[in-house]
Design a protein around this ligand. Sequence first.
Ligand SMILES: [Zn+2]
Length: 76
Amino acid sequence: MKCHYCQGKMKKGKITYTIDRKGYHFLMHDVAAWVCEQCGEQLFEEKEVESIQGLIKVLDSQTRKISTLKLHPVRS
Ligand SMILES: [Zn+2]
């Protein structure tokens, strides 16, 4: 596989995937991806993309629930 940016060689490896969303910062280690040896461009295969998108969907809805919870004030 060739990099679509620099035509360098893409190598299968594991990367750390991070994303900033509203209300949370998501970081996942050891995600399988193709990485360009030349420019570092990262490319996911379809099944990884689907898994990550599924995760983010769940995280988004759960985060919304948590952030709308009414917290009881702590009395001291
Ligand atoms: Zn490249």
